[in-house]
Design a protein around this ligand. Structure first.
Ligand code: PRP
Length: 200
C-alpha cells in the first residue's frame, strides 16, 4: 500500500498543489531528530504534541529519536474550519504528564501567527518545567503577530495556506503524505527555506 501523494488535490472546493515532497520532509525530519538526539542526551525530555495538526510530524519524528524520552499530547484549536486564525485559542485537552522540573519539547506542525504556540509556552511555563523548547515543522515568520521563540524549524515558508501531513482545511486533508499549497494565485512565490539548526 503506497502513501497518499497526488500532485494536486481538491479539498473542500479549493485546489491545492504539491509544495513540499515526502522525500524533502523525511530528510528534514531526520536532521531535526539527529540534532535533538545530540542536544537532549541524558535529559529524558517529554515531547508534547499539539493536536490535532502535529500528530503525523510527531509520529515520524519520534521514530528517529534514540534517547530515552516520554510523549504526551495537548489539544488546542485556533482556526476552527477557516483559512485564517480566529484570533483566540480554545483548550480542548490538557496534559496527563507532570511536567514540573522536566525538559519539555513542544511539537507543532506549523507556527503561523504564533498565537497557539505563545499560548502553549505560557501554559507550560506556569507548570515550572526545567526547560521549554519549541519544534515546528513549518514556520511562517512573515505572518507572526504573537512573538514566540522557535528553537527548531523544519522549513520556513512564506505566508501561504498549506495543507496535508497533519494540516487541514475544515478538518479535511490531514491524511495527505506531502504538503500542499492553495492554488489561488498563479505564482506561489518563494520556495521553502531550510534554516540552519544551531547547537543548543
Ligand atoms: C493550527 C496548527 C497550529 C496553529 C498555528 O491548529 O496546527 O496549532 O493552527 O497557527 P497560529 O500560529 O496562528 O496559532 P488549528 O487551530 O487549526 O487546530 P488543529 O491543529 O486541530 O488543526
Amino acid at each position: 500500500m503506497s502513501f497518499y501523494e497526488p500532485e494536486t488535490i481538491v479539498c473542500n472546493g479549493s485546489l491545492f498543489r504539491l509544495y513540499i515532497t515526502k522525500k524533502q520532509i523525511d530528510k528534514r525530519i531526520e536532521e531535526l531528530a539527529d540534532q535533538i538526539n545530540r542536544d537532549y542526551e541524558g535529559k529524558k525530555p517529554i515531547f508534547i504534541g499539539i493536536l490535532n495538526g502535529a500528530f503525523i510530524f510527531l509520529a515520524d519524528l519520534m521514530r528517529h529519536v534514540t534517547i530515552p524520552c516520554e510523549v504526551d499530547f495537548f489539544k488546542l484549536s485556533s482556526y476552527g474550519d477557516e483559512k485564517v486564525s480566529s484570533g483566540h485559542v480554545t483548550e480542548l485537552k490538557d496534559l496527563d504528564a507532570d511536567v514540573e522540573g522536566r525538559h519539555i519539547i513542544l511539537i507543532e506542525d506549523i507556527v503561523d501567527t504564533g498565537l497557539s504556540m505563545r499560548y502553549m509556552v505560557g501554559r507550560i511555563k506556569a507548570k515550572k518545567p526545567a526547560s521549554v523548547t519549541v519544534v515546528t515543522l513549518l514556520h511562517k515568520p512573515d505572518a507572526t503577530k504573537h512573538y514566540v521563540n522557535v528553537d527548531y524549524v523544519g522549513f520556513q515558508i512564506p505566508t501561504l495556506f498549506v495543507l496535508g501531513y497533519g494540516m487541514d482545511y475544515a478538518q479535511e486533508g490531514r491524511n495527505l503524505a506531502q504538503i500542499y499549497v492553495i492554488n489561488e494565485e498563479s505564482e506561489v512565490g518563494p520556495s521553502p527555506v531550510i534554516p540552519d539548526l544551531a547547537e543548543k
